[in-house]
Design a protein around this ligand. Sequence first.
Ligand code: FES
Length: 164
Amino acid sequence: MALSALNVGIFPLGNGYKQQISVLTPKRSCFSVSLAAEPKESSSKRPEIELEFLGPKLDGDGKYPVNRAKSISGEKLLRNIMLDNKLELYATYGKVMNCGGGGSCGTCIVEILEGQDLLNERTNTELRHFKKKPESWRLACQTIVGNKENSGKVVVQRIPQWRK
Ligand code: FES
């Protein structure tokens, strides 16, 4: 059966996507509709923070394994970035007993080796947990990565208490 395509038009949608409607019409009876969506470009222009995560234990080459991720500045907590990227955050006790990001258990400890100035200030919860701990230690669930305007690189040591 011979078909002829008729492009009806491109229509903006409320969610930032555009929708193109094409109608294929057979010479005689029924017709079908195909829909295509294209994302708007503006979301990709927001500043980003690059993250490097050093594993807690040396690998066979005597180096700490490195994982990398990116995040839109000021959009996510460090804990959520690590969980989204399936990076081990908790030591043994924390795996079972963590508070789920509420700031009460103190088990989501990371050490910021580089890029401290790209993060929020330590919260009161962190100040309470880290009275006698290094300045560079943070609770991942209290740490906001970026401030919506800055960009750069943050280097994170996972489970730093294993090195002490
Ligand atoms: S997950 Fe409990 S303090 Fe961060």
